[in-house]
Structure formats: structure tokens, C-alpha cells
Design a protein around this ligand. Structure first.
Ligand SMILES: Cc1ncc(COP(=O)(O)O)c(C=O)c1O
Length: 288
């Protein structure tokens, strides 16, 4: 797989990209990140992703030394460094930087901006046509700092391995109190009649960029959007379910822990939202 890396402004082959073993990003997961994708080779909603990166950095008191335009320029340079057909997945991360073997952030000096670009593995059409099976993970999500996309992802690593061992597509995480939160790397939605329900920020979710677009589309389609705290057993009531994320767009969910959701087929709301999400991409690309 072709991997392009931009390490503090220098584009290097992945095998030669080196950071210090004393980088607090490596030692403590003391870093923040974003995952973006391209459409027609162009980064999608970079400004919104930068806004969330800034929010995450502020949340861990990490001063970003790069402006939105700096990040946009470096992402573009990385994309331009190799011509390749197909879309890209882009990870933008900022680590605390090298310091002492101590939790003290004041021992660190220079944060690193690391951009990694890999070919985007797009989902097969059949996945959208048939829908996916998900599980409820045994791993719970803490609501504390949940809105910060930090490099401390051990719960997600374990939930991913559990999901893979059960041959599921994604796992839904409950909060420690048993409320629905989000997927491992996606937001989740339940449809009941004309109501579109999705966990609120209070439920310890990452405020998905895709979620923002999809909720606007849902409102304009006349759905009654309800963001709130929903107990885990709300899953049993849903007529349909779906998930969203940057790289996967809108994916219908047809079973949870082996139990069929609604008709067992992708629901009309999910399919309508997928269609209008894709129709809105060209316009949103202009937003930059
Ligand atoms: C925990 C979590 N929730 C939701 C999302 C979806 O966010 P987005 O739509 O911005 O990709 C992500 C993305 O990685 C995530 O990590």
C-alpha cells in the first residue's frame, strides 16, 4: 500500500518517517488527530476538521502552532507528492512532542504535525445495499473527554478486536451508565416513525463531521431530529438504524447482536439520507 507521510513539513517515505521515542504522543497517547477523506482528489470539509482538531487541542491544552491554512497547504503538498488514481484517506495528527520520561507536559518543547495519506478503501456497493451487522461492545465509553479525538485509543483498539472476532462491521459503545453513545469510529442513529434519534454530546460522543451534515439533511427532509440520552434497550424499538463516518458515509444497520432491526433490510430513511448526502458532496467540496 502506498503510504505518504509529511513529518513537520518534510515529505518522507513511511519507512523513513521517524519520531522520538520520548515523544509524549508515543509515551502517553498525548496527541490529537483527525481523519479526512478526498472526493475527486480534493480534501473534503477540511475547515470543519481543522475546527475539531483545534477543539481537541484546546481540550488537552496543546497549543496548535499551525493555522488552518498551514494544515491545508501541508495536506495538499502531501497529496500532490505522488500521483495516484482513486481517493485518499488522510490522517492529520499533532503530538505533544519529545520531552522527559514524565507526564509533565512542561518538559516538552515542540509538537509535531504528522500527516499520513493512504489509499481510501471504499466500501463495496453491496454493503450499502444489504446493510451491516453490528454488536454492542463489552467495552464502555467514558463520557469524560469523549469529545476530544486524542491518541489514547486503547478502548477503541479492544472494541475493534472484539468486533472483528464476532465478524461484525462495527460496535456500538454504551456509556458507563448504559446510555447509547457512538460506534468505535462512527455516530449512530435510530429511526422510529418520523423521529430520527441520535445520542447527544452529553452521551459522550465525538461530534462527527458527517453527523453535522446528515442532521441538517434530515431536518430539511422533514424528519423530527432528537439528540438526547437514550438507554441501551432503545435499540429494540428502532424501525431502522444506521451509522455515519467520514470514510463510510451513511451505512444502514440491519442487525444488532444477531437480532434483526426492523425489516432486516436497509431502511428508507437511511437510504434517502445516503442519497442526499452523496448529492450534497459536490457543493460541500466548495466549502473547503
Ligand atoms: C468516536 C467517533 N465517533 C464518530 C466518528 C465519526 O466522525 P466523522 O463523521 O467526523 O468521521 C468518529 C470518527 O473517527 C469517531 O472516532
Amino acid at each position: 500500500m502506498l503510504i505518504r507521510v509529511n513529518l513537520n513539513g518534510t515529505i518522507v517515505p513511511a519507512a523513513e518517517a521517524r519520531i522520538s521515542v520520548l515523544d509524549h504522543g508515543l509515551l502517553f497517547g498525548d496527541s490529537v488527530y483527525e481523519t479526512l477523506r478526498t472526493y475527486s482528489g480534493r480534501p473534503f470539509l477540511l475547515s470543519r476538521h481543522f475546527g475539531r482538531l483545534k477543539h481537541s487541542a484546546d481540550g488537552i491544552h496543546l497549543k496548535l502552532q499551525w493555522t488552518r491554512d498551514d494544515v491545508r497547504r501541508e495536506v495538499q503538498r502531501t497529496l500532490d507528492s505522488e500521483s495516484r488514481a482513486g481517493e485518499s484517506r488522510i490522517r492529520v495528527m499533532v503530538t505533544r512532542g519529545p520531552g522527559e520520561l514524565s507526564l509533565d507536559t512542561e518538559t516538552t518543547a515542540d509538537p509535531s504535525l504528522i500527516i499520513i495519506v493512504v489509499p481510501l478503501q471504499e466500501l463495496a456497493h453491496e454493503i450499502y445495499e444489504r446493510g451491516v451487522a453490528v454488536i454492542v461492545s463489552s467495552i464502555r465509553r467514558s463520557r469524560l473527554l469523549a469529545d476530544i479525538k486524542s491518541g489514547s485509543l486503547i478502548r477503541q483498539v479492544l472494541a475493534f478486536s472484539e468486533t472483528k472476532s464476532k465478524q461484525a462491521f462495527e460496535a456500538i459503545l454504551l456509556t458507563e451508565e448504559g446510555y447509547l453513545s457512538d460506534g468505535i469510529t462512527s455516530n449512530i442513529y435510530l429511526v422510529e416513525g418520523n423521529r430520527l434519534m441520535t445520542p447527544s454530546l452529553e452521551a459522550g460522543i465525538v461530534e462527527g463531521i458527517t453527523r453535522g451534515v446528515v442532521l441538517d439533511l434530515a431536518r430539511s427532509m422533514g424528519l423530527d431530529v432528537i439528540e438526547g440520552l437514550f438507554p441501551g434497550n432503545e435499540l429494540d424499538q428502532a424501525d431502522e438504524m444506521f451509522l455515519t463516518s467520514t470514510t463510510r458515509e451513511v451505512v444502514p444497520i440491519v442487525s444488532v447482536d444477531g437480532k434483526t432491526v426492523g425489516s432486516g433490510k436497509p431502511g428508507p430513511v437511511a437510504m434517502a439520507l445516503l442519497k442526499s448526502y452523496r448529492a450534497s458532496i459536490a457543493g460541500l467540496l466548495e466549502e473547503g
